[in-house]
Unconditional design. Structure first.
Length: 162
């Protein structure tokens, strides 16, 4: 990889990370807690077009969670869940698989919130369910957007330059 391509990759990933953080904070009223629909998760679907966008999505998640109400533990656990989603989506490359991948990977986030809140078994299951429902909503939006983006050759060629 030449220097120009490395610089371009760093810039695109920084842009994706900044966009992720901005979306989380613009929609902060629904981005945190057990009942969350994090619209920034839509960016995970970009890895279907180009898996080299994974660092930007994961770093954006890390920063948004680090600054958020749960701090470092949420930054680590949320980033692991996001990384798992990105890796699996980049392997399967089918947007509809996100309807399964995002909710399942984010069981970790539900467990983390339950741990932080010191919840017992039933409230933990409810928390996990709400996190999964929020992720499913984000996945549906992401799937629809990525289907539209993949039809636009200009955008896919632009994203594949990285």
């Amino acid at each position: 990889m030449n220097v120009s391509k490395v610089v371009k990759s760093i810039c695109y990933n920084a842009l994706i990370a900044a966009l992720y953080v901005a979306l989380v904070f613009i929609f902060s009223f629904m981005s945190y807690e057990a009942v969350q629909v994090r619209l920034a998760e839509v960016l995970i679907f970009l890895v279907i077009i180009n898996k080299r966008l994974t660092p930007g999505v994961v770093i954006g998640c890390f920063i948004a969670n680090l600054i958020g109400p749960f701090g470092l533990i949420d930054a680590v656990v949320g980033s692991i869940a996001t990384l798992a989603c990105c890796v699996l989506l980049s392997i399967f490359k089918k947007p509809w698989t996100g309807l399964l991948i995002l909710p399942l990977c984010n069981i970790l986030v539900g467990l983390e919130i339950s741990f932080i809140e010191n919840l017992s078994f039933i409230p933990t299951l409810i928390t996990i369910t709400w996190v999964m429902v929020g992720e499913l909503i984000s996945a549906i939006v992401g799937m629809l957007i990525i289907y539209s983006l993949r039809k636009n050759t200009t955008i896919t060629e632009f994203l594949n330059q990285i």
